[in-house]
Design a protein around this ligand. Structure first.
Ligand SMILES: [Zn+2]
Length: 709
């Protein structure tokens, strides 16, 4: 995924990174490293100088300066022009963007109680700040005047698109509302911002608090000795000397479920994972969910939409709830039917073992591994020695980028980092010119959000003269000192996925920051990243990086073939767990204020039943109370976007195959037509320019085994 900034105020305004055009911060920021753009290469953040206490004054000053800049634009005596209004807005808010970007990224990747408190304090203030700009009537009058005569302004295509984009942003933010309704909207936005922060923090704290605790080593049978030792160390660190603590990740499914041989322990782990946020206690998110759903529904009503999903989707390539509902419901039936077939296969193994129980959610991964081992004579763990982290990154991810786009990478150790495990690379284009800086933050930490994401510290813009500084974040468990970091197949794919986002950011070649890199509709942004996953198993790439970490031997051909053959395996499960989460996300956001239920889990159960995806052995990938995509802000009413993007992705993979695969000519075409264009044109136009036609769905159905064959 890409991680939106904490609250995308400045970024949504497309604001600036330049330090040259703007008012100088007041004395309040004397000695504050955030006051001016970093003097490090490409304005790379001075992590060694930035302290927690620098953020609040920089936020406050950043908002003050931007409001001053906006006031000057709104109250200008000069007739509105594209330059004195739209471009001026693009250049405003440099300090705020800087502090907000750095803060948002650090709070996601490396937080602490202080940063969490700042987040809580600033979220509603930033929401109010965005409203002060978008609901400024004089400013909107200037934007509208320009928009109304846009065809006469003789703007280049990117500039005209920018003007339309600003007009849409203002209208969607409520610029056409009455003064009284604008005040109502401001209050709702503040409430939503506050609640989303609470939700996010509860999820992280609950996840950290929810690990599995057992008394004996035997109960963890099936896990590797190293993992059990790590569980003992984790328990000790938590003051439970002699016990064992197995941490949980943020999805419903938990990796150790594939290994634990003791069924009772598996069930305990599954149950505590599924109960997160809804079993009472300090971090219970049920009330928070209801309040968020209600506030969003009220916002949509006020803006004239039937529900929040309708409001949200209007601005996406999917466009409306009908088209999203159609895609999801069409796929739900074949997906669940595949999952039921898979369940029958698993049950057969249980029965052959005289297990005497019915396969449940806690058993799925364990027996899936068994069936996979039988069918493909293949155990996922056999792969790991061939997926050593540094090898995967430099000889896999970077290698593919070199073959496709001519990029080269050079690690540098002189730039400061916020954690010693973080690595920094200069990225060079084929002509030897430096293109970007890439930050790789690969290891899991308790103070890091779960999952994986990409974000930018600096976005490319020719208007501002900036180049990309992008970061990838994964959550790979860190091995004990001296041990190699060996990845699972999924982690390898994730590394390629996030780097796909990084390429989208680094290749950006646009004028306006509003359109930089990944500033595209949410249901389009996962498309380039998903395409990049294809290179993880491309034979020429795989043979270059998948080498045994001890012996250097290549992954045996038969193991490789099994990896590829097993790729379609378990698709019923994967599609169903994803679709049920997507459907939940839509259901919660397709409610009017009066329809908001009072019972979160009851509503969840009923929704899954209504949609025909209530198959207990396959719970949703996220349940409501820890569904950060849906309730933290980034992907609300938008979790379907992965599948929507995957349609484009699967069709693009076909294109690469048809055209000879891993070649510079293919990479260069994809870069020129799509990756470099950011949001400068309608997203589907970009796709058509690249592909030569509209996307078709067959490659997606084929990939996910949903063709009914
Ligand atoms: Zn992604």
């Amino acid at each position: 995924m890409t991680r939106p900034h904490m609250l995308v105020v400045a970024a949504a305004l497309g604001v600036a990174f330049s330090q040259t055009v703007l008012a100088v911060p007041a004395a309040a920021l004397a000695g504050n490293p955030l006051a001016t753009a970093s003097t490090l290469p490409f304005h790379y953040p001075a992590f060694d100088k930035i302290k927690d206490e620098h953020f609040i004054p920089a936020f406050n000053e950043g908002m003050r300066i931007q409001l001053k800049e906006i006031d000057a634009i709104a109250n200008s005596k000069a007739a509105p022009s594209f330059d004195n209004t739209i471009v001026a807005m693009e250049k405003s808010g440099a300090l705020l963007t800087r502090v907000q970007t750095i803060f948002g990224n650090l709070q996601g990747a490396n937080t602490n109680d202080k940063l969490d408190a700042i987040d809580s304090e600033m979220s509603p203030k930033l929401a109010a700040h965005a409203d002060a700009i978008y609901l400024n009537a004089k400013l909107y009058a200037r934007v509208k005047a320009l928009y109304d005569k846009r065809t006469t302004l003789k703007l280049d295509a990117e500039s005209e698109h920018l003007l339309e984009r600003y007009h849409t942003d203002f209208v969607r933010a409520g610029a056409n509302l009455s003064a009284a309704d604008k005040e109502k909207l401001k209050a709702i936005n503040g409430t939503i911002a506050k609640l989303q922060t609470t939700f996010t923090q509860n999820v992280l704290k609950e996840t950290n608090a929810s690990g599995l605790v057992v008394d004996t080593r035997e109960e963890l049978a099936g896990m590797s000795p190293a993992a059990i030792d790590a569980a003992a160390a984790a328990a000790k660190a938590k003051g439970m000397d002699g016990k064992f603590f197995v941490a949980v990740v943020n999805t419903s499914g938990q990796p150790p479920l594939a290994e634990l041989t003791n069924r009772a322990v598996r069930e305990k782990l599954m149950a505590l994972s599924l109960a997160r946020g809804s079993h009472g206690g300090e971090f219970d998110n049920r009330e928070v969910v209801l309040k968020i759903a209600k506030a969003r529904a009220e916002k949509a009503t006020l803006l004239g939409y039937e529900n929040f999903a309708a409001y949200s989707l209007e601005d996406q390539t999917a466009h409306d709830t009908a088209s999203v509902n159609k895609l999801l419901s069409e796929l739900a039936k074949p997906a669940v039917s595949n999952a039921r077939k898979e369940a029958a296969d698993l049950q057969a193994v249980v029965d052959a073992d005289k297990g005497g129980f019915k396969i449940g959610a806690a058993d799925w991964a364990f027996y899936t591994d068994k069936v996979r081992a039988q069918r493909f004579a293949f155990d996922e763990n056999q792969l790991k020695p061939y997926f050593e982290l540094n090898n995967v990154l430099t000889n896999g991810v970077f290698y593919a980028a070199n073959k496709l786009y001519g990029l080269s990478f050079k690690e540098r150790k002189d730039l400061p980092v916020y954690n010693p495990d973080v690595r920094v690379f200069d990225v060079f284009d084929a002509d030897g010119k430096q293109l970007a800086i890439f930050i790789a933050d690969m290891y899991a930490r308790s103070n890091k959000q779960g999952g994986a994401w990409m974000n930018e510290y600096i976005s490319q813009s020719s208007l501002l003269g900036t180049h990309s500084v992008v970061a990838n974040h994964l959550n790979i468990p860190k091995p004990p000192a001296g041990e190699p970091t060996l990845l699972t197949y999924d982690e390898v794919k994730t590394a390629f996925h996030e780097f796909g986002h990084a390429l989208h950011g680094m290749f950006s070649n646009v004028k306006y920051p509003r359109f930089s890199g990944t500033s595209v509709p949410r249901d389009f942004v996962e498309y380039p990243s998903q395409v990049n996953e294809m290179w993880a198993v491309w034979p020429e790439v795989l043979s270059n990086y998948a080498k045994h970490y001890k012996t250097g031997e290549p992954m045996p051909k038969e193991l490789l073939d099994k990896v590829i053959a097993s790729k379609k395996f378990n698709q019923g499960f994967l599609t169903t767990e994803y679709l049920s989460a997507s459907l939940l996300d839509q259901r919660w956001h397709q409610l009017t204020p009066a329809q908001i239920p009072t019972d979160v889990l009851g509503f969840e159960a009923q929704s899954l039943k209504d949609m025909g995806v209530d198959f207990a052995p396959v719970p949703p990938r996220y349940r409501t109370t820890y569904f950060s995509h849906s309730f933290s802000g980034g992907y609300s009413a938008g979790y379907y976007a992965y599948l929507w993007s995957e349609k484009l992705d699967a069709d693009t993979v076909e294109w690469f195959k048809e055209n000879g695969g891993l070649q510079r000519k293919n990479g260069d075409w994809f870069r020129a037509k799509l990756l470099s264009r950011g949001g400068t044109d309608d997203a589907m136009n970009l796709f058509r320019n690249f592909r030569g036609r509209d996307p078709v769905i067959e490659p997606l159905l084929e990939r996910r085994g949903l063709t009914g064959k």
